[in-house]
Ligand binder design. Structure first.
Ligand SMILES: Cc1ncc(CN)c(N)n1
Length: 224
């Protein structure tokens, strides 16, 4: 079991069905055993590059919505990690397949991508940092869990680079840091017993919807 904090564990348990659909999706299992067609993977990766652009914008919004220096630092580190680290994986794999960075940047956005990223941004525009973080959690922690599991269970080397990125120390460290940020932000705004607060259900609903949108994103990956 992961050590991504108390709030994440509670939110995940409250959305156990969608969480399983997301983290055990056929796309994920195809990376595990190497049966995922390369065409589907590259299509997913191009969409994911666009996803990460908007996801970076959402984390930049988390800087805007922060109330402490620590929150600003955590959010700005994540923006930097996304732009200067995670997106490198996409650029590197696509370059090796003859897809330039300019082509990658110009990838037409699929509606599943648009629905998810704008849902997250809207949660931040109309809410406070907690609403935004609740929408961001499934993305960060889900890939952390998937990376760890696939690193132990993969029976093929076909998607080893992708798996290593999300199972690696940097990404796992980011998940732990996010778990701490989330627990502290909740405690600061609604108290240490945050799961007993009237806001908690709404935050869990936001988490669940973002998880469902992750499922749709994998499904989109299977239909180039
Ligand atoms: C759709 C999606 N969700 C999550 C991650 C991991 N940051 C990602 N790269 N793309």
């Amino acid at each position: 079991m992961s050590n991504y904090g108390k709030a994440f564990a509670l939110m995940r348990d409250a959305a156990a069905g969608p969480w399983r659909d997301y983290t055990r999706h056929a796309f994920v299992e195809g990376m595990k055993d190497g049966t995922l067609p390369r065409e589907a993977f590259l299509h997913y990766l191009r969409q994911d590059y666009v996803f990460l652009i908007h996801f970076s914008r959402a984390w930049a919004l988390a800087v805007v919505k922060s109330e402490t220096h620590e929150e600003m630092l955590a959010a700005s580190r994540t923006v930097n990690g996304l732009i200067s680290e995670e997106m490198k994986l996409h650029i590197g794999i696509c370059e090796a397949e003859g897809i330039s960075q300019a082509e990658l940047f110009a990838t037409p956005e699929r509606h599943e991508n648009l629905a998810y990223t704008r849902f997250v941004l809207e949660a931040g525009y109309s809410g406070d940092l907690l609403d935004l973080l609740a929408a961001l959690v499934p993305c960060v922690m889900g890939y952390g869990e998937i990376g760890t599991r696939l690193s132990a269970e993969a029976t093929s080397e076909a998607y080893r680079g992708w798996i290593d990125t999300y199972a690696g120390e940097d990404y796992q460290g980011a998940c732990v840091a996010f778990g701490e940020l989330l627990d502290q932000a909740l405690t600061r705004r609604i108290g240490a017993d945050f799961q007993g607060s009237p806001r908690w259900d709404r935050l869990c609903q936001t988490f669940r919807k973002a998880t469902e949108l992750e499922v749709d994103f994998w499904q989109m990956g299977l239909t180039p």
